[in-house]
Unconditional design. Structure first.
Length: 669
């Protein structure tokens, strides 16, 4: 694992940014120079030689004018040498001979062309003409050195040969006097020196040009590689080596474009590591990083058979994209992803939901034809599916179901409705009595929120409350509920105590306790007359902000009740950490009392809470038999349809409670 931590893709990219490509040695450079442009050199020599042959043959005219008596020999020699040389060059080209071999053939042909012309030309009887005509031999030397781009050693050898042929001809030219030989010899030597020097300089310059071009290519390659490395780095998560959000968003657009244009369906998966903050806080950030790297590796392995894309969306959240044909395949991959992380069996002893290893929650959405379909909608659907997976207990996978009333378009309408609910008076409160079992009087009432649509249709709390929590609307609704309770019932002292349900999201929100204090001060209500019910559930983590907020609320005198005790995993821990004023036992335990086992479990729960010294309230009392059982168990308070139904504030009256008789006093022993 340490190797994985040290050699992530991001580390490799970082190494690439600081590395330089190796530069070849001098001998390798020379070999590269000779091999570079092999084809271009061959074609240049070929085209140049055809041009030289054409010029060489055109000089037949001067043969006729200057040495007409031997012109037929010189012209025959010119055409013979030209045809043979061209055939050799073309044959080498067709056989893909090397550029150096073709250059040697061309240089040899030039030497032969000079000798083949000079020898018959010197047989002329016009010694004066040939004495001047021989000066044209310097053209061959200039061709070798300047017209062609031969290597210096080839040009030098050919030039020396031409020079020696010239001197041999001059020495055998009997009519020539010393001054002629000195003049023309000096000219040819000068021409040899000059053209050879220029050829040497040209070869050096060509090599320098090659070196400069080679260095430029290296620098361009370095720049390109650095650019690619920087691009990869800008698209790579530095910890896991996966794509970052920027790269994922681009791939998401590509997937969406293929879906829109070609009908290539795909699915998006949002993956969240369960209780990762607890893991990070307990094991440390270094172990937290290691956990994310291992989870990322497991996710990559899970999606490899599907040829999908994976990225880190931020924090402990990942995203997977995969092309699929059916929603069933998407559900299968979501479960594969979940199992892949679970099989890692990474220890996580700080969670309180019955698991002791690291797990993930997965939300998936499958592309589908719908009106006004947008890319953002698909991700939003995956996010809603993820929220559903977490609300269902985590370590599970959920595929967005458009037919589910909790996740379909109706929830979007409700989310929009919640934004205007307070201003449009679409939200209201009803109050359900809480009676004292011993005295029969109403000790308190619980405020229950109701929501109606614009057409007056009621929306069940089970539907709009989770949406309010998911969208954050619960914050404004919660403050409105507390203010309304204080104004409708507590300010005029209609009832002693009113309880209001609060969400963990509210308790985590900065300034919640201060906003409650402001409302109490604004309405003139004592803190002890307001009770806030905290629901025991999976979302109710032992967050330091929650504990601090509860402490601040108790300082104000606000009563703190634990709602639905027994339905979650964190209840005992909360009983240990927080001094609740009242513990409400969930209705399911009372309704299970028709069996001996269920009745015994309720007694055990009551004994546990009573030993902690809390007031006990049992919910769901719906029959006289259940109420009698509560008297038998000496429960403090009860709530349910049998003792009082919810009613709005304007019609709320404290019932006379005919069905509840004061409990008989226990006789002194």
């Amino acid at each position: 694992m340490d190797r994985c931590m040290k050699h992530t893709l991001a580390d490799v990219i970082e190494i690439d940014l600081h590395s330089e490509p190796p530069r070849p040695a001098s001998t390798e450079l020379r070999a590269l120079y000779e091999n570079e442009g092999e084809g271009a050199r061959k074609q240049a020599t070929r085209h140049g030689f055809w041009t030289a042959v054409a010029v060489y043959l055109l000089f037949s005219i001067t043969d006729i004018l200057l040495v007409p008596d031997v012109a037929h020999y010189t012209i025959a020699a010119r055409f013979t040498i030209a045809v043979v040389a061209l055939m050799l060059i073309e044959m080498q080209i067709r056989r893909n001979a090397g550029a150096n071999a073709i250059d040697v053939t061309a240089a040899a042909a030039l030497v032969l062309a000079y000798a083949g012309w000079l020898y018959p030309a010197m047989m002329t009887a016009d010694t004066q003409s040939i004495s001047y005509y021989m000066v044209f031999g310097a053209i061959f030397m200039m061709s070798v050195n300047l017209f062609f781009s031969f290597q210096f050693r080839i040009s030098l050898f050919a030039s020396v040969t031409i020079l020696l042929i010239f001197f041999a001809a001059v020495l055998s030219f009997s009519p020539a006097d010393v001054s002629y030989r000195l003049a023309f010899g000096t000219f040819n030597i000068s021409c040899f020196v000059f053209t050879s020097y220029v050829n040497w300089k040209l070869n050096r310059e060509r090599y320098k040009v090659f070196l400069n071009a080679f260095e430029a290519r290296i620098q361009q390659k370095e720049a390109s590689e650095r650019g690619r490395a920087l691009l990869r780095l800008s698209n790579t998560d530095s910890l896991t080596g996966l794509d970052n959000r920027r790269a994922v968003d681009q791939k998401l657009r590509d997937y969406w474009s293929d879906w829109q244009k070609k009908g290539t369906s795909f699915a998006a998966f949002l993956i969240d590591v369960d209780f990762f903050k607890k893991y990070n806080d307990f094991y440390g950030h270094q172990e937290g990083d290691r956990c994310l790297v291992l989870v990322a590796s497991a996710l990559k392995d899970s999606i490899e058979p599907y040829n999908g894309s994976i990225g880190r969306y931020g924090g402990e959240e990942f995203i997977v994209l995969a092309r699929m044909e059916t929603s069933e395949q998407a559900a299968e991959l979501a479960e594969t992803i979940r199992c892949g992380v679970e099989n890692l069996a990474l220890e996580h002893g700080q969670r309180r939901d019955g698991m002791s290893i690291v797990t993930v929650s997965v939300g998936a959405a499958f592309s589908r034809n719908q009106t006004g379909s947008k890319l953002e909608r698909l991700i939003h659907e995956a996010d809603r599916a993820l929220y559903g997976a977490k609300a269902s207990g985590r370590n599970c996978a959920r595929l967005f179901d458009p037919n589910d009333p909790h996740s379909n378009d109706e929830s979007e309408n409700i989310a929009a409705l919640l934004k205007i609910a307070v201003d449009q008076d679409l939200v209201s409160l009803v109050y359900q009595p809480i009676r004292n079992v011993a005295s029969g009087r109403v000790d308190a009432v619980e405020a229950l929120m109701r929501l109606r649509m614009l057409d007056g249709t009621s929306v069940p709390p089970s539907l709009f409350i989770p949406i309010a929590e998911r969208t954050g609307a619960i914050l404004d609704l919660g403050r409105w509920a507390i203010r309304t309770v204080c104004r409708e019932l507590l300010a005029d002292e209609h009832v002693p105590v009113v309880s209001v349900n609060v969400s963990p999201i509210q308790l985590k929100s900065p300034g919640f306790a201060a906003s409650v204090a402001a409302i109490l001060g604004e309405t003139g209500v004592a803190g002890g007359r307001l009770a806030l019910e905290i629901t025991e559930g999976l979302e109710m983590e032992m967050h330091s902000d929650i504990l601090r907020c509860i402490s601040d609320l108790k300082t104000l005198g606000v009563r703190i009740w634990l709602d639905d005790f027994g339905t979650g995993f964190a209840g005992l821990s909360w009983l240990r950490l927080i001094d609740f004023d009242t513990v409400k036992i969930d209705r399911s335990f009372l309704h299970d009392c028709d069996t001996p086992r269920g009745k015994a479990m309720l007694q055990d729960i009551i004994g546990l809470v009573r030993n902690r010294g809390h007031m006990i309230l049992v919910e769901g009392v719906e029959t006289e038999e259940q109420l009698a059982l509560m008297r038998q168990f000496r429960i403090d308070q009860v709530q349910g349809f049998h003792v009082g139904r919810p009613a709005p504030a304007q019609t709320f009256r404290l019932p006379a409670a005919p069905n509840i008789r004061p409990a008989a006093r226990a006789k002194p022993r």
